[in-house]
Unconditional design. Sequence first.
Lengths: 366, 366, 366
Amino acid sequence: MYAEGVPFSAFGMATSIWTRHHILSLADFTPLEYDTVLQTASSFREVLSRRTKKVPTLQGQVVANLFFESSTRTRSSFELAAKRLSADTLNFTPGTSSLSKGETILDTAKTYLAMGTDMMVIRHREAGVPQAIANEMDRLGVRVGVLNAGDGQHEHPSQALLDLFTICTLLDPAYPRLDLLKDKKIAIVGDILHSRVARSNIWSLTASGAEVHLAGPPTLLPQLFANFVKEKKDKGFKIKNKSDESDSAFILSPLSFQRKLFLHWSLAPALKDADFVMTLRLQKERMTSHLLPSLREYHQQFGITRDRLKLCKPEVKVLHPGPVNRGVEISSDLMDDPQFSLISQQVTSGVAVRMALLYLMGSGKN
Amino acid sequence: MYAEGVPFSAFGMATSIWTRHHILSLADFTPLEYDTVLQTASSFREVLSRRTKKVPTLQGQVVANLFFESSTRTRSSFELAAKRLSADTLNFTPGTSSLSKGETILDTAKTYLAMGTDMMVIRHREAGVPQAIANEMDRLGVRVGVLNAGDGQHEHPSQALLDLFTICTLLDPAYPRLDLLKDKKIAIVGDILHSRVARSNIWSLTASGAEVHLAGPPTLLPQLFANFVKEKKDKGFKIKNKSDESDSAFILSPLSFQRKLFLHWSLAPALKDADFVMTLRLQKERMTSHLLPSLREYHQQFGITRDRLKLCKPEVKVLHPGPVNRGVEISSDLMDDPQFSLISQQVTSGVAVRMALLYLMGSGKN
Amino acid sequence: MYAEGVPFSAFGMATSIWTRHHILSLADFTPLEYDTVLQTASSFREVLSRRTKKVPTLQGQVVANLFFESSTRTRSSFELAAKRLSADTLNFTPGTSSLSKGETILDTAKTYLAMGTDMMVIRHREAGVPQAIANEMDRLGVRVGVLNAGDGQHEHPSQALLDLFTICTLLDPAYPRLDLLKDKKIAIVGDILHSRVARSNIWSLTASGAEVHLAGPPTLLPQLFANFVKEKKDKGFKIKNKSDESDSAFILSPLSFQRKLFLHWSLAPALKDADFVMTLRLQKERMTSHLLPSLREYHQQFGITRDRLKLCKPEVKVLHPGPVNRGVEISSDLMDDPQFSLISQQVTSGVAVRMALLYLMGSGKN
C-alpha cells in the first residue's frame, strides 16, 4: 500500500540529531540543521517519484493548517505533504472562523490543540503570530510543533528551505548539501523590504557561504539594509564594510562563517556573473501606497528577461516563489523556458521539503 | 496501523442497547442512553491518548457535514471525530452551495443521501431543520443517521453531552456516569433564552438529578421559564413551585426522576455553593437589538470572575462552550486558570463524545 | 479493509482498450468507449452497494479538483469518487486562490502538476479551459489526465455519461450498454442553447441510435439547431432534412451510425410517446437578460407535470441534472414520485460513473 523500500534507516541519523520542535525562523539555523533538512527532503523526493507516493510515518497524527491569511498554493502544498505522510489534516480558514466571533488567535490555536492536533502550520499577516503560538504551546508544556508558513513581512522558512533544496539538488542531485553554494553568487531582486521570503532566504543563503546580492527599488532598500546591519551588530556580529559601487557588508557571525551580503541601487551589478537569480513576488497592494512604481515601470527597471540574464553566468537559473505576475517580475517567455526557469521544480521541491519538516518536527515525539 | 487493543468488546453492551438512529434533541434521552454515551466516549477518550489516535470502525463509510450555518470549531471537531473512526468526510458549506441556485434544504440532504452518505451532521440557523431532514430520511426508508449540530435556538445535543462527559469524567475518570451529578448544584449563566446550548444542557443536567440554577439578564429569563414550565405541564409533567427568593420548579417527570430547575434574577443565588458554573457565549448580535446591555455592563452583572467564584464551593469548575469573548462572559485570567477552567477539557471531550455518537448511530446498521 | 472480491479482472478488458488520457468532450466518443464506461461504472456501482464502499485502486495518487466556478454537488461527487478509489484529493476554490493575485489559469494548473497531481478535474465558466489545460499537459509531455467537469456552455461529459448510465442501468441492470437505447425516443426540454449538459447529452444519446427531440423557448432554439447542423456539415457529416411539424435532421456520421436529432417549437411533439424526458436546469441569470420568460411563464410552457407526461409512453422516466428549481422545470410532486423520477438515481450513478472515469484515465499510467 505504501511506497516500497522507503529508506527509513537513512533518516535515522537525521532524526537523532534534530532537536527543534518549532520551525519559526531561519535566523539561528545551523549548517547541520540545513543539511539535515536537505537530506531528509532528498529521501522524500525519491518517494515522490514512485507510483505510490505515500508513507505511513504520521499515521494517526493530526496536522492543522491554520491559515489566518488565505493561500491556495502554500496550504495545498502543506496539505499534500501531510497526507503523503498519512497524517489527517484539518484546515482552518478565516472566512468560516470563530475569529469573527471575537475569539483570540491564541484561543483558536488552543482549541485545535485541545482537539488533539499534533502539529500546527500557521500563516498570519502579522509578524510574530507563529512565535507567539509556539511560546504558548511551550508554556503549556505540550509537545506540539509549530511551523511558520509565513508571518507578515517577517519570515517564510519553508519557502527559503525549498528554494535552497531546489538549488542544491540541481548542483548535486544525489547529495544536496549546504556547502555546494559556497562562493556562488545569488541575486535577490524585487521588493525586498516587504518580503518575508527574502528575509528567510537571506538567512539560509548567507549561511551557505554564498554571496547574496540584493537589488530593488531604491526607495525601499536602504532601510532594509540599515536594519539588517544594525540587527547584526546588536547581536554581537562584526561588520566589515567594503567600499565599491554598492553598499555591502561582510558579517562575521558567531557561527564562524562569513555572511556576505551586498546591496545594489540598480539591477546590473546584482546580476553580473550571478549563478542564481531569485525574483520576488510583487505585492500589488504596495503600489497603491505609492511605494512602488507602476507595473510597467517596475518591469522596465527590475523585470528579469532573457536579455538581462546575459549579464549572468551562462548556466544561470531563475527562481520565483510564485504565484508569478507574468511580464512583471519575469518576462513570460523566460518563465516557461526550462533552460533558465526553476519555478516548476520549486513547487515540486515544496512538497518534499514540507514532508521533511513535518517529519523532523514529529520525530522527537515518543 | 491503528491503536492497539481497542476494547471493542467493551462497546458490545453499549451498541446492543442503542436504538436511536438520529440524535436531534435530549428532551427524551433516558438515563441509560446518557450512560451509554458517557461510557462509549470514555473508551474513545482512551484511544485518543495513544500515539495513533485512529480506529477502523467506520472505514468505507461517509459522514457528510452539512453546515448551513458556518462554524469552524464544531465542524472541525466532527470532522476529526469522523476521520479518527476512519470514515470519509464531505463538507458542505453554504458559500459554495447550490442553495444560492434555488435548491431546497431537503433536496440538498437527499443529494448527499443519493451520493452514498451514511451519516449527516447538520447545523442550521433555523430550529427544526435537522428534525425535518431526519423525518425525510425515515419517510424514504433509509438507514441514514442525522445528528443535530445546532439548530437555531433549539438544541445542540453534542455540546451538552460533551459538557456532561467533561463533568462526569472529572468526578470519576474511570467510570463516568450520570448519577455522579445527583444533588450537585450547577449554575447556567447568561443569555439563556437564546441559547441552544442551554436548552440541551437543561435536559441533560436535570435528568441527572442535579439542581440546575439559571441566572441571566432579567429582560429575557421570565419568558424562558414560563415557556419551559408550560411545555412540561403540556406533556403531563407535574410542577411543584417552591417559594423562595427565586422562581423555581420541581418537575416530576414520567421517567420517575425529579427535574430540579431554579430561576434567579441575579447572579449571587445561582452561584452560591455551586459545584459547576456553565457560562454561555454572548451573541453580540443580540446587543444590537437592544435585548442585552453593553459588553461592559454585561460583564459587571453576569461576568464570572475569581471574586464571584468565592460564592461557590471551593472546588468549583467553570465551563464555556466556546468561542469565549475574553473579559465578557469570563475574566481573562480565570479562563486560563487550570484550577478552575474546564474549557480546554471540553474541547478534548468534544472529539471523544462525537466519535461515540457517530459510532452509536452507525452501530445499528448491518 | 476494502470491499471484498472486487472483480478487478472484469476491468481488464476495459482498461486494455482504453486509450484516452483526457475526457473533455463526447463529440468523438466511440460506441466502444461508451460501453467501456458503462460497464466499468456498473462494476463500481456494485462496490458501492456494499458496506465498505472503497477500493485501493488509486492509493497514493492525487486528484486535484480545480473548480474555478464553484459547485457543491459536482465537486462533492468527484471528491467522493476519488476517495472511494483511495486517492488523496486537493480542492482548489477561487475564493482563496492565487487568481486574485494575478496568476493565470494555466499557471495554476502547472502548480498543481508540479506538486504531483495525477489527475485534474476542471470546472470553469469559460468554454475551452479544460481543453487548454489538457493541451498544456500534453505539450509538457506529462501523463496527467484532465477531466472536464463543465466548461461554460460547451460540455459536461461526466453528467451526460451518468445520465446515460442511469437510463441504461434501468433498462438492463446486469449489463448496461449503449445499444439498449436504439430507437428509444428521448426528449430534452429547456434552455438548450445555454446548456453544457444538453450539448454533451446530444452527443451521447444520438450516438446510441436514440431519437433525440429538443424542445425549448423558441427565442433560443433555432440558433442552436442551425449551429449544430452547420457544425456537422463542416466536419463532413451528411445531413438529411425531414419535413414534418418540426425541424429535424438525420445525420449520417462517419462512425457509421445515424444521429437522429429533431427540433420542436413546442413541448407536445417532443413528449409524444417519449421513453425518457430530460429536463434542464433553468439558469435564473438568463431571465435577467430577457432571453427567457418569467419562472411562472416558463413552467406553464415547458414545465414537466404528471399531466403532460400522459403524452409520453406509460413507463416514461424523467431526469434532471440538479439542482432542481421545484415547480419550475418540474412540478414538485412529480420530482418526488419514484414511479417517474430518476433524479436520485442520477446522483448515485454520478459517483459510480466518476469512479469509472478516474479509474479509466488512470489505467493507462505505469
